[in-house]
Design a protein around this ligand. Structure first.
Ligand SMILES: C[S@@+](CC[C@H](N)C(=O)[O-])C[C@H]1O[C@@H](n2cnc3c(N)ncnc32)[C@H](O)[C@@H]1O
Length: 290
């Protein structure tokens, strides 16, 4: 079997075995698996597609295809994924970062740049940091513009905290600090910006039985009170950990915008707005502390 035949075989195998997965991109997954097996880049696979695959590599490919055919996310099989142009290690301890979350990063960057212009520096807290995706994307961008910043990411799960730290090492972003904390439990300072993509799915949601989420931990996905408990808890506690005119930015489900806005009480908060994702769905709500 040569590389071209390996790609064709993988694509057909995935298409036939994951027929009910609406998110499957068999071609993308096939290239990623062949890259993992051979150590070649996508362009090398394409340029040398008549090279033969060793017996050992064919066996490895079959083993990976069988895992993928059971629905295991490609990111967990490869042990990494891409977020905001950073390749991040991922583990079943936490969520695989999603492209939708880049909306939160974009909004936070705009506010961070404003704070830097005003004060010459910025401090950011990332609650429920998981792989460190949001904190590291922000740190990477702010580093490019030479800004002085303090970024802290916290997570309930110690394994996630360790992975986030590994990702910081991987990208030479050691100025970002990570520690274990249940939301604000171990926080003892005020920040200019608090960001969070907390669990926000209702335990009864049928999507929990579909696609990648079946393999992700419920601690990263599910919240009580139809998915609103953690969003509400963070909004209620954030004022004690924000500087005056500090900003809170929260990712949430596309049908949760209205209720999330209602959690920001007028006495404490101003400029409450919800931003849509690239699919036109309400995705991130932000507000300023008065
Ligand atoms: C939806 S995931 C987001 C992960 C990451 N920020 C991202 O956007 O890819 C939610 C994260 O919140 C963490 N988490 C859940 N409950 C928490 C709590 N009480 N305190 C701190 N983190 C919590 C989970 O472990 C998980 O890593």
């Amino acid at each position: 079997m040569n590389i071209a035949q390996g790609i064709a075989y993988a694509q057909q195998f995935l298409t036939e075995n994951l027929i009910n997965d609406p998110y499957l991109n068999a071609k993308v997954d096939s290239y990623l698996l062949l890259q993992a097996v051979t150590g070649l880049s996508k362009s090398q696979l394409m340029a040398f597609d008549d090279r033969s695959l060793s017996e050992e590599n064919q066996q490895k490919l079959t083993a990976l295809l069988q895992r993928r055919a059971k629905g295991e996310p490609i990111a967990y099989i490869l042990g990494e994924t891409e977020f905001w142009s950073l390749r991040l290690n991922v583990s079943p301890d936490t969520l695989i970062p999603r492209p939708d979350t880049e909306i939160l990063v974009e909004q936070a960057l705009t506010i961070a740049e404003e704070k830097i212009q005003q004060n010459g520096n910025v401090s950011i807290l990332d609650l429920g940091t998981g792989t460190g995706a949001i904190a590291l994307a922000l740190a990477n961008e702010l580093k490019k513009c030479g800004a002085k910043c303090r970024i802290l990411g916290v997570d309930l799960i110690q394994g996630a905290v360790e992975f986030a730290h590994k990702n910081a090492v991987r990208h030479d972003l050691l100025e970002v600090e990570f520690k274990q904390s249940a939301w604000f439990e171990k926080i003892a300072e005020r920040f200019d910006i608090i960001v969070s993509n907390p669990p926000y799915i209702d335990a009864q949601d049928v999507h929990l039985q579909q696609g990648d989420v079946r393999f992700e931990p419920l601690t990263a996905l599910v919240a009580e009170q139809q998915g609103y408990a953690d969003l509400q808890k963070i909004i209620e506690n954030a004022p004690q950990f924000l500087q005056p005119n500090g900003a809170l930015l929260l990712e949430h489900g596309w049908q949760q915008g209205e209720k999330v806005r209602s959690f920001f009480v007028e006495k404490l908060w101003q400029n409450v707005v919800t931003v849509k994702d690239y699919g036109g769905h309400e995705r991130v709500t932000l507000a300023r502390l008065k």
